[in-house]
Design a binder for this molecule. Structure first.
Ligand code: GLN
Length: 237
């Protein structure tokens, strides 16, 4: 029996919801043949020591400025950058987590904000507007290879407005999902980058070990993306 420790960054935001879905996903996989030989340990991460024990990490939705502020105060920013970019451990960010894992972010607070980086993309924060403009949309997520749509919860969500051309050794950025049909809802003053491409806003990307989604699977009861992500990790080990 081998062991895999999966952490959830627990500084602010929806970390306990991710823990619940990870537990559900790990139980599901442990009963299935593919992972019956793997024991999953789940860990809330608040310190460098806890991060050092993790094989993989989720950064939840919440408020990216708060998460990066607390991470900086706790001396976690550099260890997180090391985890994602040097040690290249599997890391998944949802919503605020996607912002933190992006190399660049637009519409940041005055003075900018510290990012972890790792995804060669620029995100546009709060792309769909304010909290009151939150919405839910059934998403087609081709990577799940299932017919049934996924309940996409968008709360002050970012989108990937540009894939940056980087000249480093990273693998290319893969676009895993788009949200069609909302481009015309953009407000004046918002980035026009997406209007060039009417196939929709980019809401899920992967680059090597780093996965980012604009929406919040942790605010649903649907563990399919958590199951898929754990399976990807198992496949790499
Ligand atoms: N807009 C938020 C931010 O900048 C993210 C919102 C969320 O995670 N629901 O952090």
């Amino acid at each position: 029996m081998t062991g895999l420790t999966v952490g959830v960054l627990a500084l602010q935001g929806g970390f306990s919801e991710h823990m619940d879905l990870l537990r559900k996903a790990a139980d599901h996989l442990s009963s299935a043949e593919i992972a019956s030989k793997t024991a999953f340990a789940l860990l809330e991460v608040r310190t460098e020591e806890q991060l050092a024990r993790c094989d993989a990490l989720i950064i939840p939705g919440g408020e990216s400025t708060t998460i990066s502020f607390v991470a900086a105060q706790s001396g976690l920013l550099e260890p997180l950058r090391d985890f994602v970019k040097i040690r290249k451990r599997p890391t998944w960010g949802t919503c605020a987590g996607l912002i933190l894992l992006s190399d660049e972010a637009n519409a940041t607070k005055k003075g900018g904000q510290e990012l972890i980086g790792g995804l060669g993309v620029r995100v546009h924060r709060n792309h769909f507007g304010r909290q009151i403009e939150s919405f839910e949309s059934g998403l087609a997520l081709p990577f799940l290879e299932q017919e049934a749509s996924f309940p996409g919860v968008f709360i002050r969500a970012p989108v990937v407005e540009e894939i940056l051309s980087t000249h480093d050794s990273r693998p290319p950025v893969e676009v895993l999902a788009k949200l069609p049909g909302r481009v015309d809802k953009m407000k004046p003053g918002m980035s026009q980058a997406n209007t060039k491409d009417d196939s929709g806003d980019i809401i899920a990307v992967r680059q090597g070990n780093v996965l980012g989604t604009s929406f919040h699977p942790e605010l649903t009861k649907d563990a399919r993306i958590h199951v898929w992500w754990l399976q990807q990790i198992l496949g790499q080990n």
